[in-house]
Design a protein around this ligand. Sequence first.
Ligand code: NAD
Length: 299
Amino acid sequence: MSEVKTIGVLGCGLMGAGIAQVAASSGFKTIVREINQDLVDKGLGNIKKQLERNAAKGKITPEDKDKTIANLSGATSLDELKSCDFIIEAIVEDVSVKSEVYGYLDKICPSHTIFASNTSSLTITEMAAATQRADRFCGMHFFNPVPVMKLVEIVKGVRTSDETFAKAFALGKALGKTPIATKDNSGFVVNFLLVPYLLGAIRAVQNNIASIDDIDKGMVLGCGYPMGPLTLLDFVGIDTTYRIAEIMFKEYGEPMYSCPPLLRKMFLAGFYGKKSGKGFYDYSSGTPVVNKEIENYVK
Ligand SMILES: NC(=O)c1ccc[n+]([C@@H]2O[C@H](COP(=O)([O-])OP(=O)(O)OC[C@H]3O[C@@H](n4cnc5c(N)ncnc54)[C@H](O)[C@@H]3O)[C@@H](O)[C@H]2O)c1
C-alpha cells in the first residue's frame, strides 16, 4: 500500500470545509476544489476564521494553526487534483453531478489514487460504476461539524477491495476519527435511522402537532438529545435533506423515507437552513428565532 501524503477534497461547503480542515490539521497536504474562485476564497476563509477562533480560545497553538494553513491550498480546476493519493468528495448530493466528476478524475488520476465519497444517501456502488476503479472506491461518511464529530462511517461498495477498505479505515483513524464499518446501503447506519426521525419532525410541524420551538424542546428535554430535530435540520441543510429523502425513498419505497410536502416547499422557497439564513429558524439577527413565514404557513 502506498502512503497517503496528499488529500484532495471536492467541495468546500459545510462538509468539504470541515474535511479539508481536519485533513490539513492532521498533517496531510490538502487541496480543496470548488467550482469557482469566489467559493474557494469563501471556503478557505471560513476554515481560517475557525482556526483563528480555536487558537484564540487556546484549543490549538498558534503554530498548529499556521501549520494547518500551510498544508491547505485551493483549486478551481479538477486537473489540480491529479497529484492526490486520496480524494474525498463532498459536493452536492446528486448522482449525475458526482458521477460526472468521478468519470473525469478517473481519467487523470494515477492508478493508486483512492476515491471516497462523503455521500449521505447515494450508494457507493452506483458512483463507482462511473469509473474504471470500482475496487479503489469507497465511502467515507463524516458528520457535521467535521472537526468536532468523532464518527466516520467507512463504506464497502460491492466492488471495493479489502485493501482499499483497510486504507480508508486507517485514514479515518489518522484524521482523528473513530471509524465504523458499514455495508453499502442507502443511509449506511446513521442516516438509515436518523432520516426517518428528522422527516417525522417535519411531518409534526406540517400537521401542526406543536410549535417549532416546542417540538425541539420536547426532544431535547424528553430524550436528552443535544439539539432538537428542527434545529438539526437547519444545521444539516434543508436542500441536502430534501435530496436525501428523495434518494432514500426511491431506494427503499418505504413511507417513512418519503419527502414531506413541507420539506419540498421549504426547498423551493430557498429556506435551506443556517447556510441561507432561514430554515425552521431565522438566523438574520444573530440569535435564532422561529421563522415566522413557516409558522404562519402551517397554521
Ligand atoms: N450537511 C450535512 O450534515 C452532511 C453530513 C454528511 C454528509 N453530507 C454530504 O456531503 C455532501 C456535501 O454536503 P454539504 O452539506 O457540504 O453541502 P453544501 O451545499 O454545503 O456544499 C456543497 C459544495 O459543493 C460544491 N459543488 C457543487 N458541485 C461541485 C462540483 N462539481 N465540484 C466541486 N464542488 C461542487 C458547491 O459549490 C458547494 O459549495 C453531500 O453529498 C451530502 O449528502 C452532508
